[in-house]
Ligand binder design. Structure first.
Ligand SMILES: Cc1ncc(COP(=O)(O)O)c(C=O)c1O
Length: 367
């Protein structure tokens, strides 16, 4: 079976110098030297002061911390995303309002909320940047409180980062399935040094210079072992980016029907996903079965709109009247993930692409 993904972190020989440094420092966690170094390296990578970078145990907790520290009490969350996004808001004990996404960009539909959010400081918006897409900050400039869930977009930081408002946060995941992964981890860009210090304190039981909590925090610290992997991934970033880009370029050149292609195919930075768009629910099911019968695994990454999931359906949906026609439903039932990983090989990409072509021919015959 050709699996939909096969994560590949740095090898033992690549990571060993950092592991040996852990052996000698005997510091395994609690903001050790490797986490401090990682924040510094990510400061260089993003071109901003390292004091605004915070490493956290994973992106779900990082988003929770940012939302909790932000002054807004009610958060607009896109209805099409991975559950981590909404769970982070729920667990921060803030209010959730689900909001539909744009059919073309798959991101939260700002036109829907523009009218209310620009006036009210108690509202926050949690845009999700889907599947490693690139993004810029200006599109959110009408909003005071923003936490961007850019989980898979670390290879495409916003070009206008220098203009980031001080009340905002941007969260990237370093999960093993992401680009520059380390196993479990996250990097947060904070709008200012003060909020970065608060986030560090939040992730360390609320401690800030003493063993008595100064805020209600949790344990969301990144371990030194995760930092060792994250530092190594960053050191070899050019190789990794080139691998993903070369696969994505090759996929773009493959001769499968253009109707399956999505806006993401026009972006050429490193991303860990090959996504296609099917016509409808019936087609996605047929295609899944067809691929499976040829030993190809596929995955609906976000198979249900959040409002369709039992545990989340009681949350208000912005403009309830439009629930049945929500774009989130359409996307959830038409976007399919195909196999992609760093050492997938062109023969495997060809195999999948040829099957897409074959599926198209067969489906035209059966009409
Ligand atoms: C959009 C989105 N947000 C958040 C997360 C959670 O990231 P992590 O696994 O680092 O907690 C993911 C994970 O895939 C994701 O896709």
């Amino acid at each position: 079976m050709l699996t939909v993904m096969k994560p590949k972190l740095p090898s033992l020989s690549q990571v060993s110098k950092y592991i040996e440094s852990i052996d000698s420092s005997r510091i395994y966690s609690n903001r050790g030297p490797l986490v401090i170094e990682l924040e510094s390296r990510y400061g260089e990578y993003f071109g901003i002061c390292e004091k605004r970078i915070v490493c956290v145990a994973n992106a779900t907790l990082a988003i929770q911390g940012c939302i909790g520290l932000s002054l807004a009490s009610k958060w607009y969350v896109p209805d099409y995303t991975f559950p981590a996004t909404i769970l982070a808001v729920i667990n921060s004990l803030k209010e959730v309002c689900l909001t539909d996404v744009n059919q073309e960009t798959w991101k939260i539909d700002l036109d829907l909320i523009e009218e209310i959010a620009c006036e009210k400081t108690e509202f926050g918006v949690l845009p999700v940047i889907p599947f490693g897409a690139n993004f810029n900050l200006t599109e959110y400039s009408n909003f005071e409180h923003i936490v961007i869930d850019a989980a898979a977009s670390i290879s495409a930081p916003p070009v206008d980062l220098a203009s980031m408002p001080s009340s905002w946060f941007i969260v990237f995941s370093l999960h093993a399935t992401k680009v520059l992964g380390c196993g479990e981890g996250a990097v947060v860009i904070c709008g200012n040094e003060n909020s970065a210090n608060l986030l560090r304190s939040w992730s360390n039981f609320g401690f800030a210079g003493s063993r008595v909590p100064s805020l209600v925090g949790t344990n969301a610290k990144m371990s030194e072992l995760s930092a060792a992997y994250a530092l190594t991934s960053l050191e070899f970033k050019d190789i990794e980016f080139a691998e993903w880009r070369s696969h994505l370029d090759y996929i773009n050149q493959c001769d499968y029907p253009s109707r399956f292609r999505t806006f993401l195919d026009l972006e050429n930075h490193a991303r860990p996903y090959w996504l296609i768009r099917c016509r409808d629910q019936a087609e996605i099911s047929n295609l899944e079965k067809f691929m499976f019968s040829h030993n190809i695994e596929t995955r609906r990454w976000w198979p249900k709109a959040l409002h369709e999931i039992d545990y989340f359906k009681h949350f208000p949906f912005f403009k309830q009247s439009e629930l049945n026609d929500a774009n989130s439903n359409t996307l959830a039932s038409t976007i399919l993930g195909l196999p992609l990983y760093r050492d997938i090989g062109r023969a495997n990409i060809d195999k999948v692409s040829n099957l897409l072509l074959r599926y198209e021919v067969l489906s035209q015959f059966s009409k």
